[in-house]
Write a protein that binds this ligand. Structure first.
Ligand code: HEC
Length: 200
């Protein structure tokens, strides 16, 4: 009699501990901040972020990403080797979720870099035409010193600029230094490289 009461209690106890909730966020601009943003729905109740929920003992069971909308399925662990509803281990599920988040992060980063490069290219076009092409050629094809601008990498140009600015290295005594010191910085160099690449 005593024994069966205890086992009933244990069964009840463990099923009470297992709990599932669904939280979501619509139109969230960036994956970088989603984990610390309060989510709507379920036990998140517009107040708690994924980070808060994890602190409260919830585990992320699945995540669905649709454009800028995120849906999280969370559950409390009912035992150490929790098996998720879809039948795979918690560890595997977390790895899958991480992979999804990483893929989205990478896509965002690529889009950001492309956008930045495009903006710099547009800005640099006017600068190049007005301030550089007379000497370096319309497409960076005129040989100056030992090189053509179109063949240089961003790092080559940055190094040259550093030498002009600091008056060190090969470019220390260049009479053209003022031209380059006045007009070049890391951003305009990236833009000029993007511009030259776009017209080859
Ligand atoms: C008055 C002519 C003139 C103008 C204008 C000019 N440059 Fe130059 N540039 C040179 C000459 C000549 C050299 C090579 C010799 C030297 O370093 O003294 C050179 C070298 C460079 C180098 C280093 C090349 C290397 O081999 O390391 C870079 C980078 C460069 N220019 C970029 C630019 C950019 C970008 C502009 C426009 C903002 C510009 N220059 C405007 C004449 C000019």
């Amino acid at each position: 009699m005593k024994k069966s009461i205890i086992s009933t209690f244990i069964l009840l106890g463990s099923s009470l501990l297992a709990d599932t909730t669904m939280c979501f966020k619509e139109n969230h601009p960036s994956i970088a901040t989603i984990e610390s943003t309060p989510l709507n729905g379920g036990a998140c109740a517009g107040k708690y972020s994924i980070n808060d929920m994890k602190k409260k003992g919830w585990l992320v069971d699945d995540i669905k990403i649709n454009g800028n909308s995120y849906i999280y399925i969370l559950k409390t662990p009912d035992n150490a080797k929790a098996i998720t509803p879809s039948g795979i281990s918690q560890e595997q599920m977390e790895a899958n979720i991480m992979a999804k988040l990483e893929a989205k992060k990478e896509a965002e980063e690529t889009a950001r870099v492309e956008k930045e490069s495009e903006e710099l290219r547009v800005e640099a076009q006017d600068l190049y035409v007005a301030q550089c092409q007379n000497c370096h050629g319309e497409k960076g094809e005129s040989r100056k010193g030992n090189s053509r601008l179109k063949d240089l990498t961003i790092a080559d140009m940055q190094e040259a600029l550093r030498e002009y600015k600091l008056g060190v290295g090969e470019k220390a005594s260049s009479v053209y230094a003022p031209v380059h010191i006045n007009f070049l910085n890391d951003k305009s160099i990236k833009g000029i490289k993007a511009y030259l690449d776009s017209i080859q």
